[in-house]
Design a protein around this ligand. Structure first.
Ligand code: SAM
Length: 191
């Protein structure tokens, strides 16, 4: 399997997600391949619970130290493992927002797990690489600190995934999914 190297996300990504997705303390944000935890630390500092899955032992250790230094280790669930070996449905409390900065080929392999193991209405955000076969509800163009063009792809499990499209009009009511997100207190500010 091709390995995804560690390339950190730019800070602007966290800022956009925080505001556009109306992240609150009742959210649980998970980063699939969290690197040194830099995406998650900002959420934890804002009082949000986070889940970090990372295969690289050194990066896991760095993440743990960073959370400790900021005094927010109690908000971190750290799973130092291959995300293909983790059953996302067993992670409690359940992630409400999932972030992944991974190649499209890896996202494609992960997508059956995302579809079946994440809750209905879970928001999935990917950076630069879209999930093949899924329909984003929104794509946001950003320019990062180094003046590079970046794209955030935003998906909702139950709307964006392939089986949702097959079931459209029969078993999945898109309004129900959106209302479910909003019932959880979420207001989307996609702009
Ligand atoms: C592009 S980096 C993104 C790091 C971090 N999410 C960020 O945005 O700053 C991808 C990360 O995924 C991790 N990774 C790659 N394959 C993985 C796997 N199968 N299971 C868990 N982590 C993995 C890498 O070690 C690396 O830290």
């Amino acid at each position: 399997m091709s390995k995804v190297p560690w390339i950190p996300s730019p800070k602007i990504v966290v800022e956009y997600i925080k505001h556009a997705l109306g992240v609150t303390r009742s959210d649980v944000v998970m980063d699939l391949g969290c690197g040194d935890g830099r995406v998650l630390i900002d959420f934890a500092k804002a009082g949000v619970s986070v889940v970090c899955i990372e295969i690289d032992r050194v990066l896991c250790n760095v993440t743990e130290i960073v959370f400790e230094l900021y005094g927010v280790k109690d908000r971190l669930k750290l799973i130092c493992n291959d995300f293909f070996r983790v059953n996302f449905a067993e992670i409690m409390p359940r992630p409400t927002i999932v972030y992944a900065y991974l190649y499209s080929s890896i996202l494609e392999m992960l997508s059956p797990k995302l579809e079946t193991e994440l809750g209905f209405g879970t928001i999935i955000v990917t950076l630069d690489f879209p999930i093949r076969g899924w329909s984003p509800v929104f794509a946001k163009h950003l320019v990062d600190e180094s003046n590079y063009d970046r794209v955030l792809w935003i998906y909702i499990n139950g709307i964006s995934n392939p089986s949702a499209r097959i079931a459209k009009g029969t078993t999945v009511d898109i309004n129900d999914v959106i209302n479910q997100c909003l019932r959880s207190g979420r207001r989307l500010f996609l702009f």
